[in-house]
Design a protein around this ligand. Structure first.
Ligand SMILES: [Zn+2]
Length: 242
């Protein structure tokens, strides 16, 4: 399922670690497309299949078909954004808290070891969705600084309908301090979202294309750009030059 890029990259490769297929597009699709266009190899890891909790055991056959369809959608979306690879794991959807954090972190570590990213993008700690929070924790563990570790920069993205709805005081609110101008790649983000057509909703749902565009415009306006994606900087390490 993984297609590895052999293209040398100017500033290290990039890893996106998201819980469910479509989170990667909603959270940082425009940024991924921009970084890919700038020559960086962008690798995507999707941890849960995005279907298990909805369909249940009784409809296992239907669930398998839906998982396969979402896998195909994830690869189509990745191709639209110019990602070098898209990998899907099968952690239980909306039940990742039932898995040992160590097991999730080890899966992320293996991915990081394979691709050696300098930049990692993942979920914010304060999301309503439990899988998002687990993935945030696992990435934080897997990317903790150690001598010689490849990851220099950690960014946390927002996912509409989850990041904004964690109860107040349950976790730090999403207060972005890192903005990436995406006016050149917003259409690619919307096209990639279209690959997940079954996940999209009608406006005014926050996952509707119109709301996704409006958020990009608002995040852009916050930073003086036409369109942007917003992040919280988790960590930035600046090693010695050379
Ligand atoms: Zn999600």
């Amino acid at each position: 399922m993984t297609e590895k890029s052999t293209v040398p990259t100017p500033a290290g490769s990039v890893a996106i670690v998201a819980a469910h297929p479509d989170d990667e597009v909603l959270g940082c699709g425009g940024t991924a497309a921009r970084l890919a266009a700038e020559g960086r190899a962008v690798h995507v890891l999707l941890m849960a299949d995005g279907e298990g909790a909805r369909t249940g055991r009784a409809a296992a056959g239907v669930a398998r078909e839906k998982v396969a369809a979402r896998g195909a959608a994830a690869r189509r979306a990745g191709a639209i954004l110019g990602c070098a690879s898209v990998e899907l794991l099968t952690f239980p959807d909306n039940r990742m808290d039932a898995v040992e954090l160590l097991e999730v972190a080890q899966a992320v570590e293996a991915f990081v070891d394979r691709h050696r990213p300098s930049l990692v993008l993942t979920h914010h700690c304060g999301d309503l969705n439990v899988d998002h929070r687990i993935v945030h924790e696992a990435v934080s563990v897997a990317c903790r600084p150690q001598p010689g570790h490849c990851v220099r920069e950690l960014l946390f993205f927002e996912v509409p309908s989850s990041t904004e709805w964690r109860p107040r005081d349950a976790a730090a609110p999403f207060a972005p301090n890192w903005f990436v101008e995406i006016s050149g790649t917003l259409q690619k983000k919307l096209d990639a979202l279209d690959a997940y057509a079954t996940e999209l909703r009608e406006f005014p749902h926050p996952r509707s294309p119109a709301a996704v565009r409006a958020l990009a415009q608002w995040r852009g306006a916050s930073a003086g750009f036409t369109a942007a994606e917003a992040f919280v900087l988790g960590r930035k390490l600046l090693p010695e030059a050379g």
